[in-house]
Ligand binder design. Structure first.
Ligand code: MN
Ligand code: MN
Length: 346
């Protein structure tokens, strides 16, 4: 058989190649293997509770997954490269959520089975040897009712204190220079929570998994940082430039010894203006009638140059989005538009 420019030999064809091509499915699907081989040495309900922080907590994996997932939608047409990045990392965060959930489940091994033995209330106590162990178990159930009384020994979508996960954790503001910075901050927080968690377990298998998850956040941090750098200019976040009368002022809002550093001395990090240290803010405010009459100092920027950038950058960013987005017969996927359904025309 001959297809196009290559010979197709059905009987000697390597089907594993065809199957690996099919692995690229344009939709979500579940692969049964975890991204990382999560293991635990033995059950540990106490650490399971702490680990909930990364399952349903404010800096956890579900927050990360949902944040990047939600941010991605507005990028689909104008910034397909960022759409791809955000969707890939969002999907990896779901893989992390699965690893964390699986680890919590393994750390709770035995709890659900014992609770299911409902007819024998003595049984859960019998698996614990000695009075002290029983007292500890009861204490654990008292301070941590999720596993014992609510979930029956599985992960719950809460943080380690039982606060339910909320969409309020998700930051998506429809501007990549803002969203990518939110993501760099989110990765920093996820990283440090893993770093703290590692100190609370002696299990080498759990440490190994946490180290993997922590490391991936370090990778994501740099990926978001690199993506931000491809957008120029990316400071200040958004489109409108800052008012040159106020962009380089440092208000000395305290008495006593004043700390000086590159945040109020020398040149500002992004705009390259000279910091103006306002020794006496009250006097400066009064003298300028509430800062209205202040003139720009220590900067090459002025109102005219600012308005010029505002106008050109507005046009550029607006055109970027509008030209990339069809106004009618809008379709998310890339199928041909020759489907059976005919659009009503006016
Ligand atoms: Mn993660
Ligand atoms: Mn991450």
């Amino acid at each position: 058989m001959r297809f196009g420019f290559f010979n197709f030999d059905f009987f000697n064809f390597d089907f594993s190649v065809a199957i690996s091509c099919l692995n690229y499915l344009p939709m979500f699907y579940h692969v049964k293997e975890l991204q990382f081989n999560a293991r635990v040495s033995k059950p540990d309900p106490r650490f399971a509770r702490l680990l909930l922080e990364q399952f349903g907590g404010g800096n956890g994996e579900l927050k990360a997954a949902m944040q990047y997932f939600v941010q991605a939608f507005s990028c689909k047409n104008p910034y397909p490269d960022k759409y791809d990045l955000l969707m890939d990392i969002a999907t990896e965060e779901f893989s992390h959520l699965e690893i964390v959930g699986a680890t919590i489940q393994m750390l709770l091994t035995g709890v659900n089975g014992e609770l299911k033995n409902a007819a024998n209330s003595e049984d859960i106590m019998q698996m614990l040897e000695g009075k002290k162990a029983k007292e500890e178990f009861i204490h654990e159930a008292m301070i941590n009712p999720q596993f014992g009384v609510l979930s029956g020994g599985g992960p719950t979508l809460t943080d380690s204190n039982g606060n339910p996960w909320t969409a309020a954790y998700v930051n998506a503001n429809g501007d990549l220079t803002v969203d990518l910075r939110s993501n760099i901050a989110a990765e920093s927080r996820a990283k440090i929570v893993y770093e703290y968690l590692i100190k609370f377990t002696d299990d080498p298998y759990v440490k190994e998994t946490l180290r993997f998850l922590m490391t991936r956040e370090v990778a994501h941090y740099q990926q978001f940082e690199a993506a931000l750098a491809t957008i120029q200019p990316n400071f200040p976040p958004g489109v409108l430039q800052s008012d040159p009368r106020y962009s380089n002022l440092y208000f000395n809002m305290s008495t006593g010894t004043d700390a000086r550093g590159p945040w109020n001395d020398g040149t500002s990090t992004q705009l390259g203006e000279t910091w103006q240290f306002i020794e006496d803010p009250l006097e400066a405010v009064k003298a300028s009638e509430g800062l209205i009459n202040r003139e720009p100092e220590g900067t090459d920027r002025n109102e005219k140059s600012v308005q010029k950038i505002n106008k050109s950058l507005s046009e550029e960013r607006s055109t970027e989005v509008l030209t990339a987005t069809p106004q009618e017969d809008i379709q998310w996927s890339t199928y041909s538009q020759n489907g059976n359904t005919k659009r009503k025309t006016k």
